[in-house]
Design a protein around this ligand. Sequence first.
Ligand SMILES: C[S@@+](CC[C@H](N)C(=O)[O-])C[C@H]1O[C@@H](n2cnc3c(N)ncnc32)[C@H](O)[C@@H]1O
Length: 182
Amino acid sequence: MPTQALRFRKLLTLCNFDVAFSLNDIGCGYGALLDYIALYHPQSSIDYLGIDVSPAMVRSARKRRSGELIQFHRGRESPRPADYSIASGIFNVMLDQPIAVWERLIETTLLHLSATSRKGFAVNFVYQPAPGESARSGLYCANPLRWIEFCEKRLGSEVSIIDGYGMSEFTLLVRPSRDRHD
Ligand SMILES: C[S@@+](CC[C@H](N)C(=O)[O-])C[C@H]1O[C@@H](n2cnc3c(N)ncnc32)[C@H](O)[C@@H]1O
């Protein structure tokens, strides 16, 4: 399976495809997630909103896909709540930002994802390099514990980690704590 499809597969383990649901795709790019869903979940019924900060990406996504249940929005945050949210590959390229600034931006994004995702959200990060190896310049490499702890303590969520799928990254599935909802 190509790497991008594998990445989507891991993120989408969050969702129950047996029932209709709404989905926010933060940092949707040109809408590659929709290609994956059309191929692997053709029977699904999804009210999809793709959100991207880049006007060029939103333009290209709108040209490729549109429909009553497929919408796009330009911005950093979703204007609507949804059952689930996915953010794939948006925390990796920090360029020359100081790490503290970048991590604050990640925190703000996670807070927003938590506030706008009724059933949960999924995000991925690049792993820190192994001892002795150096990270590519401008790439944000994360310690999973840092973000698991943030989601548990600050968001009050339950977190599962998926890794070991043959890529130097990990995926977090973040769901509202059962204590808050039962
Ligand atoms: C590496 S691409 C990934 C695109 C798509 N998610 C995928 O996996 O194919 C990152 C995209 O996220 C967008 N982006 C990055 N940070 C964002 C943010 N905070 N809010 C919305 N879009 C963001 C960028 O403009 C870019 O189109």
